[in-house]
Structures are given as structure tokens and as C-alpha cells.
Write a protein that binds this ligand. Structure first.
Ligand code: BTN
Length: 241
């Protein structure tokens, strides 16, 4: 895997999209992003040299099926969670559907990492996948964003070098990339630990229970009266324990 590092770029996801055209597997990091992107067309803003801004690019040589494409959703957050467990030597990190990582901060779970997965298609064939990871490390003051309660490793009391965690995330990612579709999907679903849990959907006053995660990554919920399918665009709340 070739690792490209930049002082300042617009977005590591966008630069990875250009660079992956001529490579098979790359990692792109930057000290600062001027146009960092979050899910649902949100911006991802972070201080310079304070956090990890990392994108993996994977060029698909063979045709990948839907399950593999969806499994990529889980690869970024799984690599981060595993790396954090090892580097911090602590089991306070949890995945949150679909691909955030939360950390237990004095009894409250808060978002420490977000992942933005993008795919490039040629016709109906998936040509490449980009897995963009924003992990809060040394930043301690964050802009107010509704419904987001951020935390960083520094706020949790850890003094971790960005370089150290970057290397670990890359190592874990390489390991996950070797797993087959079913293994990857199963690890993601297991680590999400959401099935059977009580769920609230942002903006709805209904008590749902999570029933299953479909092969396409959507989450199936039921309430007393209705069924609800959740995809990337919806925001859900549930206890992470
Ligand atoms: C989210 O909304 O939770 C996903 C945030 C993803 C942010 C990362 S930072 C590195 C990569 N480059 C981007 O522009 N976005 C992702």
C-alpha cells in the first residue's frame, strides 16, 4: 500500500479518488483539509495537525458484488476501533450504525470518529471504493453541531501521537481487507451489536426494535404498529453500553 501524505489539501477522499486511478491500494493523509466532507453532504471541519484525516482507496480488479461493497462500510470503523483498543489499551470504544466510532466519556458515549465511504462506478461496475476516516485525537474544542457530541482522545485523557494511531489503523485495515465478504460483513454486524436493541430515529417519536441488517447494509426496525427501513441518510439513537 502506498501512503501519500499532504500538508494541506481539500479532502483526502477527493485526492484519493484521483490517485487511485493509477494504483491498487493507497492511503492518503493530510495535516489539514480545506473542504473535508462528512456524510449526508455535511462538512467535516477539524483543526490543523490535531486529528487523523485519512482515506483509503481500493481499486477493484474483479467485479465486486453488493455484499463486498457494503462490507466496505464497516472496514473503516472496524479498523479504527481495533486500532484504538490496542493503542489505548482500553475497551471503551463502540461502533455505532452505520459506521461511526463512539467512546465512553465518563459514562456517556460520544462520537470520536466518522467514516465517509464513496464508490466510483463505470456503468454498473464498481471501479473503486474510498473509505475516509476522521478520527479526533488532540482537538479539544469543537464547533456546535446539532445532535453531535464529539470527543477526542485528548479529552479522554490519552496522549497519543497521530503517527502511531495512523500506522495502527493502516495495519488493521490491511488485515480486514484480506477477509472475505461474509467474514467482513459478519464482523461488522457483530461489532455493531444493534440487533434486538431499542431504537429511536431522529425526528420520530416511535419506539422501534432493530431486527436485522440486510445484505445491502440497511437496517430493519419494527415498532408495535409499523416497520421502518433505515439507510445511510437516517440518524438513529440507541444505547451503546
Ligand atoms: C461523518 O460524517 O461522520 C463522516 C466524516 C468523514 C470525515 C473524513 S476526514 C478524512 C476523509 N476526507 C473527507 O473529506 N472526509 C473523510
Amino acid at each position: 500500500m502506498i501512503h501519500y501524505h499532504f500538508e494541506e489539501i481539500d479532502s483526502t477522499n477527493d485526492v484519493a479518488k484521483s490517485l487511485i486511478k493509477n494504483e491498487k491500494l493507497i492511503a492518503v493523509t493530510a495535516n489539514y483539509q480545506t473542504k473535508g466532507k462528512g456524510r449526508n453532504s455535511n462538512r467535516w471541519v477539524g483543526d490543523k495537525s490535531a486529528n487523523l484525516y485519512l482515506s483509503f482507496g481500493i481499486k477493484h480488479e474483479l467485479q465486486v458484488d453488493l455484499k463486498r461493497i457494503i462490507a466496505f462500510q464497516g472496514m473503516g470503523c472496524l479498523a479504527v476501533k481495533q486500532a484504538l483498543n490496542i493503542v489505548c489499551k482500553n475497551d471503551i470504544f463502540r461502533l455505532k450504525y452505520p459506521n461511526d466510532v463512539y467512546a465512553n466519556h465518563s459514562g456517556n458515549f460520544k462520537k470520536i470518529c466518522g467514516v465517509l465511504v464513496e464508490h466510483g462506478f463505470i456503468g454498473s461496475v464498481c471501479d473503486y471504493s474510498i473509505i475516509g476516516i476522521g478520527l479526533n485525537i488532540n482537538q479539544t474544542v469543537f464547533p456546535d453541531i446539532p445532535n453531535i457530541n464529539p470527543v477526542s482522545l485528548a479529552m479522554l485523557g490519552y496522549e497519543i501521537e497521530i503517527k502511531e494511531i495512523t500506522e495502527k489503523v493502516i495495519e488493521e485495515f490491511k488485515f480486514l481487507n484480506k477477509l472475505d465478504d461474509d467474514q467482513l460483513f459478519d464482523v461488522w454486524v457483530k461489532e455493531l451489536n444493534i440487533i434486538g436493541k431499542k431504537i429511536k430515529v431522529l425526528g420520530e417519536d416511535v419506539d422501534y426494535t432493530a431486527i436485522e441488517i440486510f445484505e445491502d447494509g440497511r437496517l430493519r426496525l419494527i415498532s408495535e404498529k409499523t416497520e421502518r427501513i433505515i439507510d445511510n441518510g437516517d440518524s438513529v439513537r440507541y444505547s451503546l453500553e
